[in-house]
Design a protein around this ligand. Structure first.
Ligand SMILES: Cc1ncc(COP(=O)(O)O)c(C=O)c1O
Length: 337
């Protein structure tokens, strides 16, 4: 029986073209800025996303945490949307590395009310001062949902009026762009810094980029080195990243269509799926015993993640074989009896 892996879009393997590019990559010491392949990747990403600079890092966690470090001082608060990856799934890094606390605002389908963001800003001697506002697009824990450009603009205006920087966790910004029918530079516009992951739906084996202004580049590189992200001949990885950046976005619309098909099928089988939240490549279903269901489904040949006691997540991606959705639905039906 062929296992179908719907746990995450991070499970994709490098394509044959990526393997070839990796084997043939021109390299140098990237900490000395002498790796031509990393330099090309950073220049291309900066151009595509409309930023002055991009810095290549090993992971999305590192790009997010470097962003927090460059924008904040110890003791400050970071305003985040509820469930934000930056705090919930980055093992306490914000608190332990930057010494800052999260202040969550509610965010239905990942989109906060800009006025609630404004009210969450603190600037009094009795409270932790706000140092940064961050959005996430697409918003993972809200369902892989897309934050409307209008919401992003309104939050950026609130931040600007208060003199605060705004970061975007755009781990899946290309999924957001496809779902919005917008250019990726439009989704990235107006933020001080943006994180982009190459190793999710775009298919690279490793790597993320932090986009920002030239004035922050030195700090971004200093914190990357401090956190252990000075990777030397990283061109062997960046070579795959270049293919992910140029070719990867082309298959995302298919991933989204497959997620919609899967969601409709799961709903027909009686699972509690909020179809309105199925906007990109993720499908969440609520149930009583999520870990038990995930374990039974694994026995039947479908891998998924239980996120907490009452929710499972299916993610579609480029490495799922033809017919994967139909086969998965048959296996789910069998498990449900
Ligand atoms: C929204 C979001 N941000 C950041 C990350 C972190 O990426 P990495 O796993 O490369 O550290 C993830 C990973 O799943 C994510 O979903």
């Amino acid at each position: 029986m062929m296992l179908l892996d719907f746990r995450s879009d991070t499970v994709t393997r490098p394509s044959p073209a990526m393997r070839r590019a990796m084997a043939e990559a021109e390299v140098g010491d990237d900490v000395y800025r002498e790796d031509p392949t990393v330099n090309r990747l950073e220049a291309l990403a900066a151009e595509m996303l409309g930023f002055e600079r991009a810095v290549y890092m090993p992971s999305g966690t590192m790009t997010n945490q470097v962003a927090v470090l460059v924008h904040t001082r110890r003791g400050q608060e970071v305003i985040l949307t509820e469930g934000a990856h930056v705090y919930e799934y980055e093992p306490g890094a914000m608190a332990s590395l930057a010494g800052v606390s999260p202040r969550f605002v509610s965010a239905p389908y990942g989109a906060p009310d800009p006025q609630e963001v404004r009210r969450a800003i603190h600037d009094s001697p009795h409270q932790a001062p706000t140092g940064l506002i961050a959005l996430e697009n697409t918003h993972n824990s809200a369902g892989g949902t897309v934050v409307p450009l209008k919401t992003q603009r309104a939050v950026q205006e609130v931040a600007r009026a208060a003199g605060l920087p705004v970061h975007l966790d755009g781990a899946r910004i290309f999924n957001a762009a496809v779902a919005l029918g917008a250019g990726v530079h439009e989704v990235a516009a107006g933020f001080d810094t943006v994180s982009v992951c190459l190793s999710k739906g775009l298919g690279a084996p490793v790597g993320s980029l932090l986009l920002g202004p030239a004035g922050l580049e030195g700090e971004m590189r200093r914190y990357r080195k401090m956190l252990g992200g000075g990777m030397r001949q990283a061109g062997v990885l960046a070579a795959a990243g270049l293919i992910a950046l140029t070719e990867g976005p082309k298959t995302l619309a298919r991933d989204h269509a497959r997620a919609r098909e899967l969601a409709a099928g799961l709903a027909r089988l009686g699972l509690e799926v909020d179809l309105k939240s199925v906007q990109t490549n993720m499908v969440f279903a609520r149930m009583e015993d999520a870990p038990g269901f995930a374990a039974r489904l694994r026995e039947a040949g479908v891998l998924i993640n239980a996120l907490g006691p009452g929710r499972v997540r299916f993610v579609t991606h480029r490495d799922l074989p033809a017919g994967a959705v139909d086969t998965a639905l048959e296996r789910v039906a069998r498990v449900l009896g």
